[in-house]
Design a protein around this ligand. Structure first.
Ligand SMILES: *[C@@H]1O[C@H](CO)[C@@H](O)[C@H](O)[C@H]1NC(C)=O
Ligand SMILES: *[C@@H]1O[C@H](CO)[C@@H](O)[C@H](O)[C@H]1NC(C)=O
Ligand SMILES: *[C@@H]1O[C@H](CO)[C@@H](O)[C@H](O)[C@H]1NC(C)=O
Ligand SMILES: *[C@@H]1O[C@H](CO)[C@@H](O)[C@H](O)[C@H]1NC(C)=O
Length: 376
C-alpha cells in the first residue's frame, strides 16, 4: 500500500492527546463517540454490504466466465478448468486435506485465478539467487523502475550471495502501454505481468501473485523481500541481517511491525474495509507493506493458507491474516530502527545504517544512492 499515507495516519494516531484530559470530559467524549458511531453504522451498513458483495459477485462471475471460456492449454488455466463448482482445486503435488465452503476460483485473491502475460520462468534456475526483491509497481511507473534498476536493483551479488530484483505489474489497460511494457521486458528481462486489472484496490491480488511466482518459479531462493517501488534499500545491511546465524531460514518474516491496528471503517478512506470482508475490529500483527523480508518457504505456505482466508483489499494486513492462519508470528528485526517509515532530513549516516526507508521520488533514490556509494 502507499506507505507515505500510512505513516501519516500512524503519526496522527500516536498523538497522546487524551492523557491529560480530566476524567469527566473523557466520559462525555466517550458517550458522544459511541452515539455517533451508532448513528454512523446504522446509516452506512446497507451501502457497505452492497458494495463489497457487488465486487465479490462481479469478480466471481468474471473468474467463472473465464474458466468456462478457456480452451488454452496453458497450465494455470488448466488448473482452473478441472474443478466443478463444489470441488476444491488440488494444490500441485499434494492432496487436499480440508474442505472450504468457497471454491477456490471464487476466491478473488487466489493467484491461480490469474496467469502471467510476462514471465521469467527460468530466471531463478539460471541465477540461483539467495535473495529476491519483488517490487509491485504500476505499469506506468517506468521512472521508478529505472531508478531501482540503476541503484539497489542493479546489485547482482552482495557479500558473495546472488541477488535478483523483479517487478510485478498487472494489466495496463491500453494496447500502446502494453507494447511499451513488452519492449521494456525484452530490454531488461525483469518484468512480470499478471492478467488482473492493476489498481490500488487490487494490491492484495498483486501480493498473492508475487507469492505464487516465488513459490512456483523460484523455490531455490532462500529469502525474498516484497518492497514497494518508492523505497530505499541498503542491500549490504539486509544481507548482514539474513546471514546472521540468529536469522531463521524457515517460517521467518520481519519488517516494520504493526500491532493491533484497527480496521478502517470510514468509507471515505482509501484503506476502508467492509465488515463483510473483514469482520474483526483489529488486524492481526502484520508487517507494513513498504518492505517485508521473509524466508521463501513462506511464499508457498501463504498461498496455501490464503485459500482459507477471505480476501480483503489491504495487502499487508491480508498477509498478516494468512500468517495467523499458518500460526507463524512475524519477528521483530534485531534492530527495529533499520526498517524506517520516514527519515526526514537527509543524513548520509542514516542511510548507511538502515535496511529500508520510504523516499519521495525516483530522482531522490538516484541522488541518495550516489551519495551513499561515494568513496570517503
Ligand atoms: C453474474 O452472472 C449472472 C449470470 O451470468 C448474472 O445474472 C448476474 O447479473 C451477474 N452478476 C454481476 C454482479 O455481474
Ligand atoms: C466467453 O466467450 C463468449 C463467446 O465466445 C464471449 O461472447 C464472451 O465475452 C466470453 N466471456 C469472457 C468473460 O471472456
Ligand atoms: C549496473 O551496474 C553495472 C556495473 O556493475 C553497470 O555497467 C550498469 O550500467 C548498471 N546498470 C544500470 C541500469 O545502471
Ligand atoms: C481487480 O481485478 C479484477 C481482475 O482483473 C478486476 O475484475 C477488477 O475490476 C479489479 N478491481 C478494481 C477495483 O480495480
Amino acid at each position: 500500500m502507499a506507505t507515505k499515507d500510512i505513516w501519516q495516519s500512524l503519526a496522527q494516531d500516536n498523538v497522546p492527546f487524551m492523557r491529560h484530559i480530566k476524567r469527566t470530559f473523557i466520559l462525555l467524549l466517550t458517550v458522544a463517540l459511541l452515539l455517533s458511531a451508532v448513528a454512523y453504522v446504522s446509516d452506512f451498513s446497507f451501502e457497505t454490504i452492497a458494495f463489497s458483495q457487488t465486487w465479490l459477485i462481479k469478480m466471481m462471475n468474471q473468474t467463472h466466465n473465464k474458466i468456462i471460456n478457456s480452451t488454452s492449454p496453458d497450465r494455470t488455466q488448466k488448473d482452473l478448468l478441472a474443478p466443478l463448482p463444489n470441488q476444491q482445486i488440488q494444490p500441485r503435488g499434494t492432496t487436499v486435506a480440508q474442505t472450504t465452503d468457497i471454491p477456490i476460483y471464487h476466491h478473488v485473491a487466489h493467484p491461480r485465478n490469474y496467469h502471467f502475460t510476462l514471465d521469467e520462468p527460468d530466471k531463478c534456475s539460471q541465477l540461483d539467487p539467495f535473495l529476491v526483491f519483488m517490487v509491485p509497481v504500476a505499469p506506468h511507473q517506468l521512472e521508478a523502475r529505472n531508478a531501482i534498476r540503476s541503484t539497489w536493483g542493479n546489485e547482482s551479488s552482495v557479500q558473495g550471495k546472488a541477488v535478483l530484483t523483479l517487478f510485478l505489474v498487472g494489466l495496463s489497460g491500453g494496447a500502446e502501454a502494453q507494447q511499451q511494457l513488452e519492449e521494456e521486458s525484452r530490454q531488461h528481462r525483469d518484468l512480470l505481468q499478471s492478467d488482473f486489472v492493476d489498481s490500488y484496490f487490487n494490491l492484495t491480488i498483486k501480493t498473492m501473485v508475487i507469492m505464487d511466482w516465488l513459490a512456483t518459479r523460484c523455490p531455490q531462493a532462500t529469502y525474498a523481500m516484497k518492497v514497494d517501488s518508492d523505497m530505499y534499500i541498503n542491500p549490504e545491511n539486509l544481507m548482514s541481517l539474513l546471514l546472521s546465524p540468529n536469522t531463521p531460514r524457515e517460517n521467518y518474516i520481519t519488517g516494520y511491525l504493526m500491532w493491533d491496528r484497527p480496521v478502517v471503517r470510514d468509507k471515505n478512506s482509501k484503506w476502508y474495509v467492509a465488515e463483510e470482508l473483514y469482520p474483526e475490529p483489529n488486524y492481526p500483527t502484520y508487517l507494513l507493506g513498504m518492505g517485508y523480508v521473509f524466508s521463501n518457504d513462506l511464499s508457498g505456505k501463504i498461498v496455501e493458507a490464503s485459500k482459507e482466508v477471505q480476501p480483503f483489499n489491504i495487502e499487508d494486513a491480508y498477509v498478516g491474516a494468512c500468517l495467523k492462519q499458518l500460526g507463524v508470528a512475524p519477528s521483530s528485526p534485531p534492530d527495529p530502527s533499520q526498517f524506517r517509515a520516514y527519515l526526514g532530513q537527509y543524513f548520509r549516516e542514516d542511510f548507511l545504517r538502515v535496511i529500508t526507508t520510504i523516499l519521495g521520488s525516483p530522482q531522490q533514490l538516484i541522488d541518495i544512492w550516489k551519495d551513499v556509494k561515494r568513496p570517503t
